[in-house]
Design a protein around this ligand. Sequence first.
Ligand code: 5GP
Ligand code: MN
Length: 326
Amino acid sequence: MTILHADMQWQPVMAAVQQAKQIHIVAHVCPDADTIGSQLALYHALKAMGKCVFMHNQDIAPYICRYLPGVDDITHGDVPTDIAADLVIAVDAGSLGRLGMDSAYFEGKMLMNIDHHASNTRYGDINLVDARYCATGAMIYDLLQYLNVPLDASSAAAIYAAVLTDTASFRLASVNADVHRMTADLIDAGADVGLASQSIYQSHKPARFELLKDALDSLEVRHEGRSAWLSIERVSYERTGLCGEDSEGFIDYARSIEGVEIAVFIREEKAQQWKVSFRGKAPCDVGIVAGKLGGGGHQYAAGCTMHGTLSEVRENINDILVDTLD
Ligand code: 5GP
Ligand code: MN
C-alpha cells in the first residue's frame, strides 16, 4: 500500500474517532461521487472498527453512485431530531454552508472537516485540509491506513469512484505516479473498473442528449478563444424532465476546445438563480475566479451560485474573466 502524504496531522483525527460514541458522516449539498465515495469508504471502515456510525446528507446521492455498496444506508433531507452524534465528520465540503444544515445542529458536537479544497474555510474543530490530494477519497485512502483498517472491496470501490471522477478520469495534472499506485491498490482490493465505468459514464438517460443539444446550441467562445461558455435554462430541464445532475460533465465539452483556458457552464436552478461551474487549464486558477463570485473550489474545477437574469450573470462573470485572462 502507498501512503500519498505521510506528513499529514492524522493524530487528532484518530484520537477523535477512537473517543467518539456515535459518528455522523456528512457529504456536501448536490453531492458528487467524491463526497459520496469518501463518505461510504469512511463508513465501511468505521463500521469495521466497531464504531456506531451513520450517514445523512441534505441531498440524495447522484444516480452515478447507485452501484456503490452501502449507498442505500445514506439518508437525506432535514436532519432527524432523534439522532445524537457526538462527532460529525464532513467530507469534501469547503465551507460549513456546503453541508446545507442549520448551524445549530453542530452545537455541542465535535466537527471534523476532511477536505482537499484550497478554498476550505477551516470551519471544523479538527481540520484535515490539504489541496495536494487529487480527491477527498484519496485522503480517506491514507486515513484508512493510519486507522489500521484493511481496505475492503466496498471501500476500494467507493474511493475508486471518488478519484476517477475528481480527476476527470485520471486526466488532470493532480494525477501523479502515487495516485496510480493507489489506484492499483484499489483494484487489487476489489474495485471493479468495468462496473465503475459502466455506472458512471454509460448509464445516462437518452433525454440527457436532448439537454446536451440545448447546451451545445448555447456554446460561445469569448476572449479570443480563451474562454468557452455553455448555459441551460430551466425550460430545457422542464421539457426533458431532467435536473441539474443530468447535465454533469457537459462543461468538459467547453474545456476540450483547443486554446480554451477557462470553461463556464451556467445552469438555471430556479427563477433568477444560477449554478455556475468553472473548469480551467493551467495556468488559470478557477478556484480564485469562483471565490471572487462567492463560491470556491480548486485550480481546475470550481463553482458558485449567482442571482439575476442570465445576461446579468454572464456579464458579472465576464468582468472577472477579463481580469483573470489579462
Ligand atoms: P461542480 O462544478 O462540479 O459543481 O463543482 C466543481 C468544484 O467546485 C467542486 O470541487 C465543488 O466542491 C466546488 N464548488 C462548486 N460549487 C461551489 C459553491 O457554490 N461553493 C463552493 N465553495 N464550492 C463550490
Ligand atoms: Mn472533491
